[in-house]
Design a protein around this ligand. Structure first.
Ligand SMILES: Nc1ncnc2c1ncn2[C@@H]1O[C@H](COP(=O)(O)OP(=O)(O)OP(=O)(O)O)[C@@H](O)[C@H]1O
Ligand SMILES: [Mg+2]
Length: 373
């Protein structure tokens, strides 16, 4: 991604509180936070299906330690490690792990923490499963009356000829699950049956996946960060535009190579009508999926500039990618403040946590979404 330009956003209030997290906070909040991780794959680039949010845990530890008194990193290797965590009952588990597979039994982390009355960040199993299968997410959008391109799913041979296709060309084809644009390339846009068959087969062979086939959306692309204020329940939507150069076929697609090489540009959305349309669509999608705390909704326009839901990420990456850009442009905050805001929100989601009871140091107290609502 190219360097950021700071451009004022519509709806951005002037009341931005200066925050200097690098300054030591003497009066740290007396809370126990565990940054939970699992063992990393041998190949650092390999995709760990059960880990949705990737970050540098030592950096997260350092940031959280500026504000909270007891922060540790915990690596979970066995079910017993998880049980020990439940016994320790920290005030917050800060983690991007979705689930664990222990002896062929799947335990969803956030559901487990919920049962044990431990606060966590992001969504639970139900919402994560709604989001994971993109065709399911789109069905939920249709029920919620949120615009999403017409679609169907298919396997090689399932639709044997052009007449059997439920929607018209041009079509866009991608794996029905997955992230980082795996399986998305210049052949994803198809204008004829031969190319349709070839791409569906390619996805089956290389990604071992069913294909999701949609009406091709040729317009601009956006991603909208969502932050939920746990105390008030209100959502803050933070749109950014993602600008991609045309590929050799003349299409602007955020494909695998573009993401890998960081060649896209992320810019603020300055048109207030589009800004509002994106916020409304993203909040509605987040709610319909049952999202909690934070997320990112991907949106693309058609040729008539009508925005359509593409997919949701309810555990968005928390490095310096799209979610961070969305926070930074829309809230005018830095990376450390974003991490502290997510932690503060996570803590506030706990039923036992009462803001009134805790003497919050000034800097952290000011770091709130409420002034932006
Ligand atoms: N119907 C469509 N029409 C045109 N382009 C599309 C369509 N669906 C997806 N795309 C393009 O393909 C890209 C990847 O699609 P999508 O966001 O579903 O995949 P992803 O791999 O889950 O990405 P992420 O890394 O955001 O999780 C989009 O960013 C967009 O550029
Ligand atoms: Mg996407």
């Amino acid at each position: 991604m190219k360097p950021m330009k700071i451009i004022p956003m519509p709806g951005m209030l002037q009341k931005i509180v200066p925050f200097k997290p690098k300054y030591p906070v003497l009066n740290k909040i007396n809370k126990r936070i565990e940054v939970l991780i699992v063992a990393k794959p041998r190949d650092p680039k390999a995709n760990q299906k059960n880990v949705a949010i990737v970050w540098d845990e030592n950096n997260i530890l350092a940031i959280l330690s500026t504000a909270y008194s007891h922060v540790i990193i915990t690596e979970i290797k066995t079910e017993n490690d998880l049980k020990q965590l439940a016994i320790r009952k920290p005030d917050l588990v800060f983690s991007g792990v979705k689930y664990f597979d222990f002896n062929q039994r799947t335990i969803w982390l956030n559901d487990y923490l919920e049962i044990h009355g431990i606060a966590y960040m992001a969504s639970g199993r139900q919402a994560l499963q709604n989001e994971h299968d993109k065709s399911r997410a789109k069905e939920i959008m249709q029920q919620a009356k949120v615009n999403t391109a017409d679609f169907f799913t298919t396997e090689p041979g399932e639709h044997p000829n052009e007449e059997s296709l439920p929607i018209a060309f041009p079509l866009f084809i991608k794996p029905v699950t997955g992230g980082d644009s795996r399986g998305v390339d210049s052949n994803s846009v198809v204008y004829d049956f031969k190319s349709f068959e070839a791409k569906v087969l390619d996805i089956k062979i290389k990604q071992k996946s069913t294909s999701l086939v949609e009406t091709y959306l040729s317009g601009k692309e956006y991603s909208v960060g969502i932050l939920e204020d746990s105390t008030s329940g209100t959502l803050k939507a933070m749109p950014v535009e993602i600008v991609v150069e045309k590929n050799s076929n003349g299409h602007c697609i955020l494909d695998y190579d573009i993401k890998k090489n960081d060649s896209e540009e992320v810019i603020p959305v300055t048109n207030s009508k589009i800004f509002q349309q994106l916020c409304t669509l993203a909040k509605k999608s987040f709610r319909a999926l049952g999202g909690k705390s934070l997320g990112r909704i991907d949106i693309k326009m058609n040729h008539l500039e009508v925005p359509y839901f593409i997919e949701a990420n309810l555990m968005p990456g928390l490095r310096k990618g799209y979610f961070y850009r969305a926070c930074s442009y829309n809230l005018n905050i830095g990376y450390e403040e974003m991490i502290l805001l997510i932690a503060k929100n996570g803590l506030a989601s706990s039923k036992e946590y009462s803001v009134a009871k805790i003497k919050v140091p000034k800097l952290i107290e000011n770091l709130s979404l409420s002034y932006l609502n």
